[in-house]
Structures are given as C-alpha cells and as structure tokens.
Design a protein around this ligand. Structure first.
Ligand code: CO
Length: 305
C-alpha cells in the first residue's frame, strides 16, 4: 500500500493470489440505473488495473429510507447487477445502512497469478504510455450539476463511465513487456501518472496533443466550471510538473480532472505499444492513445510538451 496501489493482493499459493478492492460514492448522474452501472464499472476497475480477474462482489449501500423512494434503490442495484453480469462477476451479498446521503458501490474480490501483478510503479525508460479513455468526466459531471451540460455531451460521458476496463485489461495481460499500470480516477491523469514515478528512477514526458479528452469541456474550464478536486489535485502535484510552452493552462486543468471509472494508464515497451493499441482499436477501444513515454532523465518529474 506504500505507493498507493489500486488494490490489495494476498498470495494464497505460489500460483494464486486474491486481489481485493472497495469503492463507493454518491450519485454523479440523475438516472439511478446508470448510476449503478457507473459505480460498478468504477469499483471493478482497480482489479483490472492490476491485471486481475474480478470474480465476486458485495454491494455496499447507504440509503435515506425515510426520504427517498425505495424504487430508486432497486434501479441502482439493477444497473449495478447488469454491469456485474457483463463483467462475469458474481454478486454474493452486500450490506446496507440508513444514511442521509445516498451512496453505492462494491467490495470486489478477484484472482491473479502472483508473478503477474502489475503495480503502478515499474515503468522503464523507453516505455510508451497508453491511456484507454478520454478525460473530462469530472468536469462534465460538474457542468451537469450546474445545468449547463447538454444532453449529447452527458450521454458521451456516461458511455465512457459505463465502459468496463475488462477488455483493455485482457489485451494488456496478453501483451508481453507491460511493466506497470494504474487506472485514472480521483487524482486525474497527472495525479495518477505522478504516482507511477513517485520516488522512481525515471521521469515522464506527456505529449499534450496526443491526450484524448472531450473537446467540449475547454469552454467549461475557461468558465471555471470544474470540480473542487481538480484544484486540490493540481496544487498537490504542481511542483512535479514542467509545463511546456505548447500546453495552455486550460489543458493542464483537464489533465488534473478527477475521473470516475476512467481509463487504464499503461506503461509498455516501445516495441509492443503499437501492437497493443491496434488490438484495442479492433476491440472497440477506439479512443485509446499513446500519450507519451517514460524517460531516464528528470527523475520523478513529468514534462508536458
Ligand atoms: Co485505481
């Protein structure tokens, strides 16, 4: 846990470890069924990010029984179950408590070969960095709450947030020379990228024009419609980031946008990167992109060029 790994791993035998994680949060969309789908996509993601296969899950529910229609909870659970079935994960129980604020999520248990665990650190100089989903879901959720996000944009954001990282993780695990992986969630792209090189012997270069994001969000950023977490993420990591003259300030904000159920950030050897990206495109992960590389110089720092 020292380096903020995505999930916990416990070795049972030389060829088998369990991998466990837990995540739950308050609604970020109005539709309860979709909220259930997003919460499950998000909760399973940490297991995928470490290269594991999630097997079972338990629901975690906080619900204001006296203030809210129980039918809403049923829809949330139905949406969650739908995503678990898509992922091949078995729901084996759960726990609910009465709470003033609605929350939903999962505890997840998966399996992995102990030698195949992918940590967030381990990227080697020369590796390419692949990001599998576009950025901006946090900003879009904030704009939605503010009543200024249009329906088509919200629909695109929901599609990204309900897209399991399962296929991306399977393709990653079939690829030789993948050295590290994490998923982009609350700390934003640069927060999670910083964890990958924190105290390591390497640095990173991110090519800003290659980073996928929803183009519509530039306007929101320039209006200051961003989640509070974005400023905290930026303040926390800004001393590690060297911002090149080709990277405007609004883009740096997008790179710190907290994501829900964001994509995988994969460090893979240069000679495998193109092949992995092509396999992703062929399987419908069309917004995946090579966004930069791991470098030997400027250790522990990220250069935006
Ligand atoms: Co994670």
């Amino acid at each position: 846990m020292e380096h903020g790994e995505d999930a916990g791993v416990y070795k049972l035998r030389d060829d088998l470890a369990i991998i466990q994680s837990v995540d739950f949060f308050t609604p970020i969309v109005d539709d309860p069924y979709i909220f259930g789908q997003i919460a499950v996509t998000n909760a399973l993601s940490d297991v995928y990010a470490m290269g594991g296969k999630p097997l079972t899950a338990m629901n975690i529910v906080c619900f204001p029984v006296n203030k809210m229609d129980i039918a809403i909870l049923r829809e949330i659970l139905r949406g969650g179950l739908n995503k678990m079935q898509e992922a091949g994960v078995l729901l084996i129980g759960g726990h609910s408590v009465e709470d003033d604020e609605l929350k939903y999520g999962l505890s997840v248990t998966g399996v992995i070969h102990p030698d195949k665990v992918l940590l967030n650190r381990g990227g080697r100089a020369g590796d390419k960095l692949i990001l599998t989903k576009p950025l901006g879901t946090g900003i879009i959720s904030t704009a939605l709450k503010g009543g200024i996000a249009d329906e088509a944009l919200v629909a695109k954001s929901i599609k990204v947030m309900t897209n399991l990282n399962k296929t991306a993780a399977e393709l990653m695990m079939e690829t030789p020379d993948v050295h590290a992986c994490t998923d982009v969630t609350g700390f934003g792209l640069l927060g999670h990228a910083a964890e990958m090189i924190d105290g390591a012997d390497v640095g990173m270069v991110i090519r800003v024009s290659s980073v996928p994001f929803f183009p519509e969000i530039r306007e929101f950023v320039e209006m200051g419609v961003v989640p509070g977490g974005l400023h905290r993420n930026r303040a926390f990591r800004k001393s590690l980031i060297d911002i090149g003259s080709d990277c405007p300030d609004w883009m740096v904000d997008i790179f710190f946008d907290p994501q829900t159920a964001g994509g995988l950030l994969i460090s893979v050897s240069e000679n495998q990167a193109e092949c992995l990206i092509k396999k992703m495109y062929a399987r419908g992960i069309v917004e995946a992109a090579i966004i930069g590389e791991v470098v030997a110089e400027s250790k522990g720092r990220i250069r935006l060029v």
